[in-house]
Design a protein. Structure first.
Length: 429
């Protein structure tokens, strides 16, 4: 896509302090725009005392920008806020080009990145939910209507597809298909429970390095690039910890500030994997100037998914991209993290801190486990295999007739062991 694009980052002077710098906000919306290969011809921030009901920004600023758009022959404008249908229509008339807001841009990115059937369905549902609110209020004739799933295509592609009744029918159909996907996911989770490997989920702001860390830990080849929303569909891999214990590592979609509510709702089924996780790792780009604000954004999304208790108890924070810090900042970070057992400085690129991270994962998962000793007859290979499969074998001594094992297990697995192998002599430590 090669449309010449103007990027606008409005900033409300009296808005509550979000902890974000104006420059970082402008860079983020530019990076979002570049993520779908749009050519950014011009970009700027505009300070507002208050929002304008008809244009969002002030009339003087809008007219000045109109001149810039005309001079540079710009065909698309991206406005980093949520525009009402009327504001979007008025800006298009004044600027004589297509205008999309932050929500539409993020939906467009997700539409390009979705690969799995579930991802495509979720993005399409979010697109239609967004468009339905604009169909009647925003546009009065065919030339101004948007078509299909995207926002950057030609105007008035098909009037029928944008009829409100048809969109509503399509939404109902997509929801039905997603319910089937949700049911399949539930069956998969039930199957994983029968193979009792704990799930460790990676969450974080987009471009925090989750996929790079995932690849480092699992030797996988998930697409990872210095780009916002480089990966969208969730991925799971088996990971063997240093102790020999096996876990399932889950890489989820990245979050972002002002994540469209349509996407939070549409991706709820995918993000249920996070709710099911035994452990959540919050991967943070600690080199980013807005790292603290990004942390708040991620926690807010998790709370919106019903994970308030997990957030309030404190997540394990993986402080990634330490290779981008200077020596003094890295030293200060190491001292601060040393006082907080839930913060682990790492570099997914260089591998620094990965061993410490694996140790923290093991210790956290072991916190709810109990030690058990068992004398297993040498001939009973099934009982020994069970302990290796679901537990963490701490010590083993082989005799002529009996194998003496010290193992750490979840209480549920101890009960299963007692029931399945009643002939084995065991004792809890």
């Amino acid at each position: 896509m090669s449309e010449k694009t103007f990027v606008l980052h409005p900033v409300l002077k009296n808005a509550a302090d979000t902890g974000r710098s104006v420059q970082a906000g402008l860079e983020e919306i530019k990076n979002l725009t570049a993520a779908i290969n749009l050519t950014i011809t011009a970009a700027e921030s505009v300070e507002l005392k208050k929002t304008n009901a008809s244009l969002f920004i002030g009339k003087g600023a809008a007219e000045r920008i109109a001149e810039k758009i005309k001079e540079n022959e710009i065909t698309l404008a991206v406005v980093d806020c949520a525009l009402s249908p009327i504001q979007q229509r008025n800006l298009e008339k004044l600027w004589n080009c297509k205008v999309i807001d932050r929500t539409a841009l993020i939906l467009e990115i997700f539409g390009e990145r979705a690969r799995t059937k579930e991802g495509v369905l979720q993005v399409e549902l979010a697109h239609l939910s967004y468009q339905r609110s604009r169909l009647v209020r925003g546009w009065t004739h065919l030339e101004r209507q948007r078509g299909g799933r995207g926002f950057l295509g030609g105007p008035g592609e098909t009037q029928i597809e944008l009829d409100r009744r048809v969109i509503t029918d399509n939404i109902a159909k997509l929801k039905k298909e997603l319910e089937e996907v949700k049911r399949t996911r539930h069956l998969h989770r039930e199957a994983r429970r029968r193979v009792p490997y704990p799930i460790v989920a990676l969450v974080g702001y987009t471009n925090a390095g989750k996929s790079t860390l995932f690849n480092r830990l699992t030797n996988a080849d998930v697409f990872a690039k210095d780009m916002l929303f480089a990966t969208l569909d969730p991925t799971m891999r088996l990971l063997k910890l240093p102790s020999g214990r096996r876990i399932i590592l889950s890489d989820t979609v990245g979050f972002i500030s002002n994540l469209p509510t349509e996407l939070v709702a549409a991706f709820r089924a995918t993000l249920e994997e996070v709710a099911e996780a035994s452990l959540i790792l919050h991967v943070r780009d600690i080199s980013h100037p807005d790292a603290a604000a990004q942390k708040t954004d991620v926690e807010n999304v998790l709370k919106a998914l019903g994970l308030e208790n997990r957030v309030d108890r404190g997540l394990i924070e993986v402080l990634n991209k330490t290779d981008l810090l200077n020596e003094s900042d890295y030293s200060a970070l190491s001292v601060a993290a040393g006082r907080n057992k839930n913060q682990i400085p790492v570099s997914a690129v260089t591998g620094t801190g990965i061993e410490d991270l694996l140790s923290v994962i093991e210790n956290s998962l072991a916190a709810g486990r109990s030690e058990m000793t068992a004398d297993i007859p040498v001939a009973n290979g099934a009982a020994l295999a069970y302990l290796y499969r679901v537990g963490e074998v701490l010590d083993r001594k082989d005799g002529d007739q009996v194998c003496h094992v010290r193992v750490r297990l979840d209480q549920a697995d101890i009960q299963k062991f007692k029931h399945s192998y009643p002939q084995v002599i065991y004792a809890l430590s």
